[in-house]
Design a protein around this ligand. Structure first.
Ligand SMILES: C[S@@+](CC[C@H](N)C(=O)[O-])C[C@H]1O[C@@H](n2cnc3c(N)ncnc32)[C@H](O)[C@@H]1O
Length: 237
């Protein structure tokens, strides 16, 4: 890619394992599963490595959402864009009139913008730097009738792995209740990407009587990587 932009100080593209901080070496060794175009100059902050949705999972979620969205929903808003793993996959489907990516950390947002260029989808995405809850209420409110919200919130660090059942009530910094309330003030069509061991009873609490939500597990190499809950009128099969 021709690109003369300069990376912010906290953004890196590691080429050799000896450059990589020890706690992300395991992630770096899986870099091509995270971004198949890693060698084309993918940017990440050290923290962003922990949260990126690996490309095959992001592609499958994007295909599912594209196939299942209700008629008239032509805009996809990725509320926690991170380094762009999901946002790029949504843009690649060609399904959406526009994809919006919101990220509050400026350096991480720079990564997402840069990575979207590498994948050739920069012109399909509008980026916002800031708090997704505020941006939905203010800048994006007129798009609500046409939109689907996707959210891959922080899960509170790698500690989520040790829980047999992960509580979405104590998820940090945003509980499921906060996410659901905030997003449902904007749209009832939302997909939330959550830990694989998330408490299904807590997920069910937000489904109106007689209606349904779909929970899909996304797997790699025979293991569930995470689940996605689809609230609203999605036709996921
Ligand atoms: C799990 S990561 C998202 C990873 C992303 N799906 C990807 O594949 O690269 C969550 C991101 O949400 C951002 N974030 C946290 N609170 C936010 C908020 N209120 N509004 C927007 N972004 C927020 C964090 O900075 C972090 O980059």
């Amino acid at each position: 890619m021709e690109d003369s932009e300069e990376a912010p100080a906290e953004v890196h593209h590691y080429n050799e394992i000896h450059e990589v901080p020890w706690d992300i070496q395991n992630y770096w060794s899986q870099r091509y599963r995270i971004f198949s175009k890693y060698d084309e100059g993918i940017w990440l902050t050290d923290d962003a490595w922990f949260g990126v949705t690996p490309e095959p999972v992001a592609n499958k979620i994007a295909a599912d959402l594209a196939g299942a969205a209700p008629d008239g929903r032509i805009i996809l808003i990725d509320a926690f864009a991170g380094a762009g793993g999901n946002t790029i996959a949504f843009a690649k489907t060609g399904k959406w009139r526009r994809v919006y990516g919101i990220e509050k950390n400026p350096a991480v947002l720079q990564c997402a913008k840069h990575n979207a260029k590498i994948y050739g989808v920069a012109d399909k995405i509008t980026w916002f730097e800031g708090d997704c809850f505020e941006i939905l209420k203010n800048q994006l409110k007129d798009l609500a009738p046409y939109s689907v919200v996707f959210a891959s919130p922080p899960w509170g660090g790698p500690g989520y792995r040790s829980d047999d059942v992960f509580s979405l009530r104590t998820m940090e910094p945003y509980s499921l209740e906060t996410l659901f309330k905030e997003y449902s003030a904007f749209t009832k069509h939302m997909a939330l990407y959550l830990p694989r061991t998330s408490d299904v009873q807590q997920i069910a609490k937000y489904v109106p009587d007689g209606q349904q939500a779909t929970v899909m597990h996304y797997c790699m190499e025979g293991h569930s990587k995470a689940l996605c809950v689809f609230y609203g009128d999605f036709n996921v099969s």
